[in-house]
Design a protein around this ligand. Structure first.
Ligand code: CP3
Length: 337
């Protein structure tokens, strides 16, 4: 019996049982999360409290037979650690800024993130041995959209125009963010995470002419650095919606696994399995709806993607907060049957 199903799969050694975890598994879909959340008026404060990090990371693990536990945090702790103001408005989302490049600094970076590292250590001590602890960061492009736009946007015109008007400034920002990602991932690994995922959730919005510089290059730099320093730590990359650029990404970077969004064609994922481990990509709406369509699509993923033993079951994006838990029960019943 493999002790760590997820790690074994990420190393290309296959699995005894289907490896599964879900993006945003720790969060609003769980009543115990919604209840615990009431202890904090401020979401960032919760993200920086070691006991809260540990408790929330473990909540989905107590309920379900997940193979991975993603550390509870947020991608926006990096801008915060660099000295930018970050807050969350109830029912609206994050508010950042204003961005002043001259004020971004690594001076208090480690100190600002130190509680998260304590949270990681606490979680590692309590996590069942067969469950893999996953650390993460947001990729530079995705982080830059929040830092320039100040909040969640429907499009990224302001970010793209910023980069066109102030190319030097944008380049400096991307360099700072690439270094910050490397630094924070190293800190997480030193504290006990056993695999890392890099979320480039808005990668599909990058204009083709900038794809190389804004998506590939930072990923190349981050993954090369990590692989040199920690060759045994698997790197999962989630560049959502960029199927057209997969070849470039797999040849130029040192990632082990690719997480696919729901729009990725099955044949693209199968193709990627030749060189990489794949992850995904059930549409979160299908899990939210449940019923026959859920059954059908889970079986399809089993038959087409999991037979190779080179796939990790996950969603194409985060679990929707209003997903009925009986559907998650059903998902586990299907996966574990
Ligand atoms: O279970 C997990 O996946 C771990 C925790 C996690 C959170 N955010 C917790 C969270 C992870 C991995 C993230 C990543 C994240 N955060 C991303 C990239 C992944 C993705 O989903 O695309 C992004 C873009 C963010 C930024 C962010 N954080 C937004 C836009 C919001 C507000 C909108 C929303 O969905 O609520 C958040 C808040 C947030 N992050 C919550 C949680 C549980 C909800 C906050 C609350 O409880 O009030």
């Amino acid at each position: 019996m493999k002790k760590k199903n997820l790690i074994s799969t990420l190393q290309g050694k296959g699995f005894d049982k289907i490896p599964i975890w879900l993006m945003r598994q720790a969060g609003r879909s769980l009543p115990e999360y919604r209840n615990f959340r009431k202890n904090f008026s401020n979401f960032m404060e919760m993200c920086l409290t070691p006991e809260a990090i540990c408790e929330i990371t473990l909540q989905p693990i107590r309920r379900y037979d997940y193979d991975g536990a993603i550390i509870f945090s947020d991608i926006l702790v990096i801008p915060y650690a660099l000295g930018m103001s970050v807050s969350f408005v109830e029912n609206e989302g994050p508010r950042l800024g204003p961005l002043n490049l001259d004020l971004l600094t690594f001076e208090n970076f480690d100190e600002n993130l130190s509680n998260i590292l304590v949270g990681i250590q606490k979680t590692k001590n309590k996590l069942p041995e067969n469950v893999t602890l996953i650390g993460f960061v947001g990729a530079p492009w995705t982080l830059s959209t929040y830092m320039i736009g100040g909040k969640t946007k429907k499009n990224f015109d302001d970010v793209i125009q910023f980069s066109l008007k102030f190319p030097q400034k944008y380049e400096t920002l991307m360099e700072i963010l690439t270094d910050a990602c490397i630094r924070f991932l190293c800190m997480q690994i030193e504290s006990g995470v056993e695999a890392v995922q890099i979320f480039d959730s808005w990668a599909s919005f990058v204009p083709d002419c900038f794809f190389d510089t804004w998506v590939i290059k930072p990923m190349e730099k981050i993954s090369n650095h990590l692989k040199r320093k920690y060759p045994h730590i698997p790197i999962i990359c989630f560049p959502k919606g960029i199927e057209a650029h997969i070849d470039q990404l797999v040849t130029l970077t040192d990632i082990n696994a690719l997480s696919f969004g729901s729009s990725a064609p099955i044949k693209t994922i199968i193709q990627a399995q030749k060189t990489h481990i794949t992850q995904g990509n059930l549409d979160p709406n299908i899990l939210c709806l449940g019923g026959e369509i859920l059954e059908k699509q889970v079986i399809r993923i089993q038959n087409e993607l999991l037979v190779s033993q080179r796939h990790i079951f996950n969603l194409g994006h985060g679990i929707l907060p209003d997903t009925p838990l009986e559907n998650v029960d059903k998902l586990f019943a299907l996966i574990r049957s």
